[in-house]
Design a protein around this ligand. Structure first.
Ligand code: BTN
Length: 264
């Protein structure tokens, strides 16, 4: 196992600049999935801002039932509990806010420009450096919660054969090691700022503009898979609801709220 600068609980606690996010903080050496741990905690009533960080996941999950690859000690693997008073259809925006926060934090710490592939892939130099898995649930009192799971390939040196053409890490892009602590702290700070700004104003529009600037999907021809059926279209915009606006070859314009998109 390649081990870089360890993420100790003390150093994380001492560096956190946030008022809500990261309080409380659960730091684990290994876990099935930080999203599953956070869901169990939220189910028992854990408060908004609770953050779960792990060095390793034995059942890390990606979107659409995929597994999430990450050698221990190299990545940022974390999940945040949120309890926004939003309608379920509005929660897509939280994933978009998170993607913008992650991209801005990457730039702050590494000066790497990270694009966003709709809805939630963090892309650097055409390859995936991270992803976001937002999941909703209800605790035992029936109160709704959201879990925002973030996986970032920070110091990964090598990917398995099947991922090599598609995945990258910040270290591979930058040519040297990146401080996971500094990056984690920056992501949490950006996310807290954007999230509470959104909660206060109730508007996604400002953040959506930043999302649009970072989008590597808008303007591209995309392949969509819906209910097992594949079709192609041009991605023309991201809406204020966080959906992807596409123009089909017959000229029809449609908003896609969730789906599998692969860029051609
Ligand atoms: C995707 O791109 O498919 C989303 C990947 C999300 C991975 C992160 S790693 C931390 C958190 N725990 C999980 O099991 N998944 C998310």
């Amino acid at each position: 196992m390649e081990v870089f600068e360890p993420l100790t609980e003390e150093s994380l606690r001492a560096s956190l600049k946030t008022h809500s996010f990261g309080h409380p903080l659960y730091y684990l050496l290994t876990i099935d999935s930080t999203n599953d741990y956070a869901k169990r905690a939220a189910g028992r009533g854990a408060s908004e801002g609770t953050l779960v960080v792990s060095e390793e996941q034995t059942k890390g999950r990606g979107r659409r039932g995929r597994s999430w690859f990450s050698p221990p000690g190299t990545a940022i693997l974390m999940s945040l509990i949120l309890r926004p008073e939003l309608e379920p259809f509005e929660t897509a925006g939280i994933t978009l806010i998170t993607a913008v926060a992650v991209s801005e934090a990457i730039f702050e710490v590494t000066e790497l420009e990270a694009g966003i592939k709709w809805p939630n892939d963090i892309i650097i130099a055409g390859k995936k450096a991270g992803g976001i898995l937002t999941e909703a649930g209800k605790d035992t009192d029936g109160r709704r919660y959201l879990i925002v799971g973030i996986g970032l390939n920070v110091n990964t040196g090598k990917f398995p054969e099947e991922l090599r053409g598609k995945a990258t890490s910040l270290r591979l892009c930058r040519g040297r090691e990146v401080s996971r602590r500094e990056l984690l702290i920056a992501v949490i700070a950006e996310l807290e700022r954007f999230y509470f700004n959104f909660i206060k104003t109730g508007r996604f529009s400002r953040i959506i503009n930043r999302y649009r600037e970072k989008s590597v999907t808008i303007g591209r021809r995309v392949k969509l898979i819906r209910a097992g059926r594949e079709f192609e279209a041009r991605a023309i915009d991201v809406t204020d609801k966080g959906g992807l606006l596409i123009k089909r070859d017959n000229g029809e314009i449609e908003e896609i709220l969730s789906g599998e998109v692969s860029i051609r």
